[in-house]
Design a protein around this ligand. Structure first.
Ligand SMILES: Cc1cc2nc3c(=O)[nH]c(=O)nc-3n(C[C@H](O)[C@H](O)[C@H](O)COP(=O)(O)OP(=O)(O)OC[C@H]3O[C@@H](n4cnc5c(N)ncnc54)[C@H](O)[C@@H]3O)c2cc1C
Length: 507
């Protein structure tokens, strides 16, 4: 007789305890939601070495995982040494103590899962989802667990954060076949360790047939990864070590780095082809992090992208639970954001691939540059960082500086509403919920903007025509909006002029 199935119901079920799933579960637990995290005991690709940039700290703090990461004592990530497109190696260090780190996927997940549990989520360790079905808006997830009988989790909100596996996500996946890539990884030990920048830097190098990088996991251990076209059918399944060595020989900076070091076992392979999704979310379902899309590891931003995605997925599920009428809007907001992030990264990588294609003249680069350009679209567009920060329609800094200068040169303030400026209602995140927000839009900021440097531009634009001195305007602003310091206020005011929300001239 088979074991009886244990059935448990939660407000939210998150599948997968990588950075995306952990961020979502951590945020939801802190918001007081009843959330379960399904976490297999040995994550896929546990040995994969990853660099996490200092800029991920803000997100880690936002979801409550930063202290746990700081306590873990991971190898610091203090910068990059890059030899790209045949140029001379360039070394760039992060400011001292800025807090990036290198860690294996397995170590990072172990730290995250303990932290998520301590924040109040139900972490189902040693459990993985086997099948998922939906009945009348309720998800039923059959799980296999190592120590216990069969488990069925039920929920109205399912967050699929199962990475490339994509338990639900794989059904709507859109692979970019022109980017089929295999990552080959091998570790090396140098008993005396590496020194100088090599001790903490990520080292990256492009060559004719691909690119490679290395990062330190301990003072005496580095992991080297080469990104290659997948081998033909005949070579599939065979030991990838000879292929790895052949590619490493094309990358002299990296070959020198590990010359004389002892290889720790053979090379191993993992898939690294790119994909996106036709739909990232709907009411009751969110595809988080790599489940929804995979960007080139060249950016070193996969973990950060997954953290941002997990944070927003948590916000979306929370919104749907607090205000079911907003569930569809919140899901649409998530979809738009994830789609833009994916396109933004593809656009960013196109520049690097084009440089490499021009220098190396190999099909590897030409096809990827073309694929990246097609996927990213034309033009500059918002940076992935700006999209993740929710400032995708940011006004260029030089325009804000010019507006600032002009303000200082004027004897008095004379401001009127800009021609064509209008108030639009757009979804935005406020107080960890997706709400309809009144925003200002103009020809220069067509997507709608509300805040800049914490200053409410709607209030600035309403108040500015009423005052002839900037300090008076600042005091008036602080009486009706959460107070801000004068420097932030001046930047906000300059942004309102730069965006065309205000114009100089008599009201
Ligand atoms: C070769 C390579 C190198 C990379 N290097 C970097 C780097 O240096 N820096 C960086 O930022 N990013 C890097 N990345 C990308 C980064 O690893 C991912 O973007 C990031 O881990 C995505 O996080 P995630 O939580 O979305 O998914 P994942 O980290 O993939 O987590 C998914 C989780 O779901 C679990 N899971 C799978 N199936 C099931 C199931 N049925 N039930 C429950 N759970 C399941 C998995 O075990 C895993 O724990 C690299 C990727 C590759 C392939």
């Amino acid at each position: 007789m088979s074991d009886p199935v244990t059935v448990q119901t939660h407000e939210v079920v998150v599948l997968g305890g990588g950075p995306g799933g952990s961020a979502a579960a951590a945020l939801l637990a802190q918001l007081g939601r009843d959330v379960a995290l399904v976490h297999p005991s040995s994550p896929q690709g546990a040995a994969l070495a990853q660099s996490v940039p200092p800029s991920a700290r803000r997100l880690l703090a936002e979801v409550g995982l930063l202290d746990a990461v700081d306590r873990a004592g991971f190898r610091p990530n203090e910068g990059n040494t890059v030899r790209w497109a045949g140029g001379a190696p360039r070394s760039e260090s992060f400011p001292p103590g800025s807090g990036g780190f290198h860690a294996t996927r397995g170590d990072l997940e172990a730290v995250f899962s303990r932290a998520v549990e301590s924040l109040g989520a139900h972490v189902r360790r040693g459990t993985s989802a086997r099948s998922v079905e939906r009945f009348d808006g309720e998800w039923r997830i059959r799980c296999a667990s190592q120590d216990g009988g069969p488990l069925e989790l039920r929920t109205g909100w399912l967050l699929d954060a199962t990475g490339r596996t994509g338990v639900v996500a794989r059904h709507g996946r859109v692979p970019d076949r022109r980017t089929e890539t295999l990552a080959l990884l091998r570790r090396y030990r140098r008993p005396d360790g590496w020194d100088g920048a090599d001790a903490t830097h990520t080292v990256v190098e492009s060559h004719g047939e691909g690119w490679a990088w290395s990062l330190p996991l301990a003072p005496d251990v580095r992991c080297v990864t080469t990104m290659v076209d997948p081998p033909g059918a005949a070579a599939r399944g065979s030991d990838p070590t000879p292929l790895f060595e052949a590619h490493l020989a094309h990358a002299p900076l990296l070959a020198d780095l590990v010359a004389g070091a002892e290889p720790l076992g053979d090379a191993w392979a993992c898939p690294a082809s790119l994909y996106t999704s036709s739909r990232f979310a709907e009411a009751g379902l969110v595809l988080v992090g790599d489940a929804g899309s995979f960007i080139d590891p060249l950016s070193s931003y996969g973990v950060k992208k997954a953290l941002a995605s997990g944070w927003l997925a948590g916000v979306v599920a929370h919104t749907g639970l607090v205000d079911p009428g907003m569930a569809g809007v919140a899901a649409g907001f998530f979809h738009h954001r994830e789609e833009s992030v994916y396109r933004g990264y593809r656009r960013l990588s196109a520049r690097f691939f084009e440089e490499a294609a021009a220098a190396h003249g190999h099909r590897y680069w030409a096809s990827r540059a073309e694929a990246a350009r097609a996927a990213g679209g034309e033009g500059e567009g918002p940076t992935p960082e700006a999209i993740m920060d929710g400032t995708e329609w940011e006004i260029p800094e030089d325009a804000v500086r010019a507006a600032h200068r002009l303000l200082r040169e004027q004897p008095h303030l004379e401001a009127r509403a800009g021609a064509g400026v209008r108030v639009v209602e757009r979804p935005a995140v406020e107080g960890r919920r997706v709400v309809m927000q009144r925003q200002l839009a103009s020809a220069r900021a067509p997507g709608g903007v509300r805040f800049a440097t914490g200053v409410d531009l709607l209030v600035v634009t309403e108040q500015a025509p009423l005052h002839r001195e900037v300090p008076d305007l600042w005091h008036a602003y602080n009486r009706v909006a959460p107070p801000v310091g004068l420097p932030e206020f001046l930047t906000g005011l300059a942004t309102a002029f730069a965006a065309g929300f205000l114009e100089h001239g008599a009201p």
